[in-house]
Design a protein. Structure first.
Length: 469
């Protein structure tokens, strides 16, 4: 098997405010888009043809691979094609749109564009599929839900190494969700004939009109074909909601930094003798660690980035290109910093910031910050509730309380805050919005919104006579 399809046409509405100006597949994980991790894994597994099916913002995916040397057409033995499914009526129809590009007689792999899948698990899926019988058109990689609620996913039951049943967003004892698929060319008829409605639901459930690939898989099973099931043994993350961005970046930072066994300095990179480093450092070309920097852990740094003047970095970090970190700022464990960012003058950061984010002057932030966002001086986040509890979020109107990162702050792209803005646990701010000076923000802010404090002034006569003169 040398052909893979990556489905990336979904609208990402549960990911607000981070999928409004980009496809979910282009959300940064470890300073590069999520989909780049998938493509790299597939290349390492020997895939030579990849078809990415994007949605209305597919141009960003095409542009990324053009800029990074993997244009449409063959290059270095790998052919990447980006197709558009702008109607985005479901994963089955997105897959059907790739049929001509795949070829009607080839077996193929299918990944979802918003997932991180361990390369070894993909390899096991392919090996299992290669052992199939003539009554097997597909194999599925499935992930144990563990603490995840079954009502959030299309789930399945397993029996003797095969998928025994598929149900959409069920209550009860469904313990696995789908991660990836391997298909025989004979499966195309099921993908293209999807009804557009997921009918395998429990009583009282309300499926939307959407052509889910799992429904096509169930149609195949109902016709008597068996579907092999391979359980994941490595890490798996489906980026479905904002806090999953933090989980994915923590995972990539931890796994990437764990591979460092010595300092690696590219041409022109340097470490000042006064820096205290308890761990290993990988520096890109022209990057520099300056005076009095304290690093406790392993870090990976891109090109032309400067870390200097008493900056403190604790734990594993991935830091992008052309970024400045200095003047006694502080980065907590697992923080990821994008390209062209500035973290300066006692700023404190825990979480993920995308490209071109500016953090200055005594500010404190925990969460995710979108591209080209500027936080005013002394902008701070309330990260600990008085009741020591977790903050509930509204995802498309539905109340949810995540088990991790519930108290983080989520700022969309092109957001600004004024000086002394205070952001309370769990708030989200939509793209192109402004939180003005002195605002105490306790609720989500929609896209394209300005909030500011209206001040009432009291003026009285005052002077020496008030002091007995």
């Amino acid at each position: 098997m040398k052909t893979a399809v990556i489905l990336a046409a979904g609208l990402g509405t549960k990911m607000w405010p981070f999928a409004d100006i980009r496809p979910k597949a282009m959300i940064p994980v470890g300073t590069k888009p999520l989909i780049a991790h998938q493509v790299e894994s597939l290349q390492e597994l020997g895939f030579t043809k990849m078809i990415i099916v994007g949605g209305k913002l597919h141009g960003q995916i095409r542009n990324y691979f053009r800029e990074n040397g993997l244009r449409s057409g063959a290059k270095n033995g790998v052919e990447i094609t980006v197709l558009a499914d702008e109607k985005a009526q479901g994963t089955a129809l997105s897959l059907a749109a790739a049929r001509t590009a795949v070829g009607s007689d080839e077996d193929f792999l299918v990944l979802y564009g918003d997932t991180l899948v361990d390369r070894a698990d993909i390899e096991q899926l392919i090996a299992s599929f290669d052992r199939r019988t003539e009554r097997e058109l597909a194999a599925a990689l499935v992930n144990p839900l563990q603490e995840e609620s079954s009502s959030d996913w299309i789930c399945c039951k397993l029996e003797s190494g095969y998928v025994s049943h598929i149900v959409g967003h069920p209550r009860g004892d469904y313990l696995h969700r789908f991660c990836a698929f391997a298909f025989s060319s004979e499966f195309w008829s099921y993908a293209s004939s999807n009804s557009g409605l997921f009918t395998s639901v429990q009583v009282g459930m309300m499926p939307p009109l959407e052509a889910h690939l799992e429904m096509s898989l169930l149609d195949c099973m109902n016709d008597g074909y068996a579907v092999r099931a391979v359980e994941t043994t490595g890490d798996f993350i489906d980026l479905d909601k904002p806090w999953h961005i933090l989980l994915a970046n923590e995972l990539v930072a931890r796994s990437s930094c764990a591979k460092l066994t010595d300092n690696v300095l590219a041409e022109g990179a340097s470490i000042d003798p006064s820096a205290s480093i308890d761990g290993f450092v990988q520096l890109g070309a022209g990057s520099r660690i300056g005076r009095n920097v304290i690093i406790e852990g392993n870090i990976i740094v891109g090109d032309r980035t400067i870390i200097e003047n008493g900056a403190i970095l604790k734990g594993n970090h991935i830091i992008g290109n052309d970024t400045y970190i200095g003047n006694y700022c502080f980065l907590s464990e697992g923080t990821t910093v994008g390209d062209h960012c500035v973290i300066n003058h006692c700023a404190e950061l825990e979480g993920v910031i995308f490209d071109t984010v500016y953090l200055y002057h005594y500010m404190e932030f925990y969460g995710v910050i979108g591209t080209s966002t500027d936080l005013g001086a002394a902008t701070v986040c309330g990260t600990l509730r008085f009741d020591d509890g977790r903050t509930s979020h509204r995802i498309k109107g539905r109340k949810e309380t995540p088990s991790e990162h519930s108290n983080a702050i989520y700022l969309g792209d092109f957001v600004r805050t004024g000086v002394n803005a205070i952001l309370m646990p769990g708030v989200k701010v939509g793209v192109y919005s402004v939180v003005g000076s002195g605002v105490i923000l306790e609720e989500d802010v929609p896209n394209r919104t300005l909030l500011y404090v209206k001040q009432d002034l009291v003026r009285k006569e005052w002077g020496p006579s008030k002091y007995g003169w």
